[in-house]
Design a protein around this ligand. Structure first.
Ligand code: NSP
Length: 217
């Protein structure tokens, strides 16, 4: 078993709770109430700030041009497709700029932001990868529950969020991240423990992030 799978198994309870969350159920069958989606997207746009910074740090910390280019491509995709998704939803759900730009953060968003900025500060490739891997792999897992596009909900606000995390390119990116993480498994026990703790905390916060969106309404 590789390092990634070992860590995922060690926090399977939080992982499975996030992947099988009622927020995800509602997104997949199109029954998610707009106020819940709205709350989630406003908070998630704040999550994206440190997440994009982390992708930038990955470009800087990666050991080769080949790896830097993978992150660069993902950064480009975020700036195009994913940012447009948020902006389209904010328009549809009548979220004013002041709200999507500087909302009051929930504890889950604040804690996730702090975790990402701590990983950023290390400038260490395995630490940076640990957060990126959790965020992308766990999202790929819940989105895989959607099955084939023919069975996705009709509304773009639901279907597009699924599509962004369930398509061949995205799946390839997650597989690549997992292999990259396995390849840089730290030999030093102290660093390994730190990376494992970061991974575990990120999984806990993914679950808390969905809990928080559902609990707010
Ligand atoms: C909280 C969270 N985690 C992960 C993702 C997927 N990048 C996201 N958009 N938001």
């Amino acid at each position: 078993m590789g390092f990634a799978e070992e860590l995922r198994s060690s926090c399977a309870a939080d992982w499975d709770a996030a992947v099988g969350h009622e927020f995800v159920d509602g997104l997949l069958d199109g029954s998610l109430p707009d106020p819940v989606l709205r709350h989630y997207l406003v908070q998630d746009y704040q999550f994206c700030d440190a997440f994009v910074a982390l992708l930038g740090q990955a470009v800087a910390s990666a050991p080769s041009l080949a790896s830097r280019l993978v992150f660069s491509k993902v950064l480009g995709a975020f700036a195009a497709d994913e940012n447009s998704y948020f902006q389209d939803c904010f328009e549809e759900l009548a979220v004013a700029e002041a709200e999507w730009n500087s909302p009051e953060l929930t504890a889950a968003t604040r804690d996730f932001d702090a975790l990402m900025r701590r990983a950023l500060d290390t400038r260490s490739y395995p630490d940076v990868l640990a957060v990126l891997l959790v965020a992308e792999w766990l999202y790929g897992d819940w989105a895989a529950r959607a099955g084939e596009p023919g069975s996705w909900p009709a509304a773009p606000k639901h279907a597009e969020w699924i599509r962004l995390h369930n398509n061949p390119e995205y799946n390839g990116w997650v597989t690549w991240l997992r292999e990259e993480f396995d390849a840089v498994e730290p030999a030093d026990p102290a660093v390994r423990a730190r990376v494992a703790a970061t991974f575990t905390e990120a999984v806990r916060l993914e679950r808390a992030f969905f809990d928080s969106a559902v609990a707010a309404h």
